[in-house]
Design a protein around this ligand. Structure first.
Ligand code: NAI
Length: 248
């Protein structure tokens, strides 16, 4: 018996990186997959097909997670197409790094809106669906820098710390209907987001990791699977670091 047979998962920002790995991992355990990203492309069509090879329903939707009304509309469409949503993974995120003394208002607003407001947008839109189902699992992608802070990433760290406060509050509000909400705080994960960092910065991160390697998107997807499934049925309001012991 697969862990997520008959369940439907909605994953934001899944065209590549961690979101894509999560979509593939959950589909491998039998979940139907609705995923979003800013635009649909040949790559997202390929992903739909790859997901469907698991014998599940899979569909991509173009949606900007930072927009409140657009999110409401896409969640309505997904609920109509799939009939239900059991798992919500708020994964979409961006960086616009810089020292506070030089950070522009645009850099601040963009990161807070895409990373933090998007989590509110999707949780707000999915709430009536999960409430009616009397169950569900919401998983929010935070970061170790949301726990510890990071120089030159104050906007990003603030957005990821905000996600933690939001997660714990939602766990307390929604628990009464059997809905769980947890956050994952990945450390240094090798994706296109981190590939843009200069080699010496990447090396300095890896030197600080006791397991002495960057994490893979699959390392994060495995923890997401645990939180999505009934294996974690009594786990809610938690932040799980996936960081090779970097942040302990
Ligand atoms: P990525 O940049 O490879 O993928 C992010 C995806 O989100 C892209 O497909 C992008 O188009 C999409 N996206 C961006 N803005 C969006 C919006 N407004 N609406 C819908 N989709 C949007 O990034 P990666 O590395 O896969 O990161 C995924 C999540 O994990 C992010 O929230 C990131 O902050 C978080 N994270 C990543 C870490 C890393 O080391 N890669 C470490 C800690 C957290």
């Amino acid at each position: 018996m697969k862990l997520l047979e008959g369940k439907t998962a909605l994953i934001t920002g899944a065209a590549r990186g961690i979101g894509k790995a999560i979509a593939l991992r959950l589909a491998g355990e039998g979940a139907n997959i609705a995923f979003t990203d800013l635009v649909l492309s040949e790559a997202t069509e390929q992903l739909e097909k790859e997901l469907q090879t698991n014998g599940v329903k899979a569909k991509g939707y173009a949606s900007n997670a930072a927009k409140f009304e657009e999110t409401k509309t896409v969640v309505e469409e997904i609920t109509k197409d799939f009939g239900r949503v059991d798992i919500l993974v708020n994964n979409a995120g961006i960086t616009k790094d810089g020292a506070v003394k030089r950070m522009t208002e645009e850099q601040w607003d963009a990161v807070i809106t895409v990373n933090l407001k998007s989590v509110f947008n999707f949780t707000r839109a999915i709430q009536p669906v999960m409430w009616k189902q009397a169950g569900g699992s919401i998983i929010n992608m935070s970061s170790v820098v949301g726990v510890s802070g990071n120089a030159n990433q104050a906007n990003y760290a603030a957005s990821k710390a905000g996600i933690i406060g939001f997660t714990k509050s939602v766990a307390k509000e929604f628990g009464v209907r059997g809905i769980r909400c947890n956050a994952i705080a990945p450390g240094f994960i090798e994706t296109e987001m981190t590939a843009v960092l200069p080699e010496e910065i990447r090396k300095s991160w890896i030197d600080r990791i006791p397991l002495h390697r960057g994490g893979t998107p699959d390392d994060v997807a495995n923890v997401t699977l645990f939180l999505a499934s009934d294996l974690s049925s009594y786990v809610s309001g938690q932040v799980i670091n996936v960081c090779g012991a970097m942040n302990t």
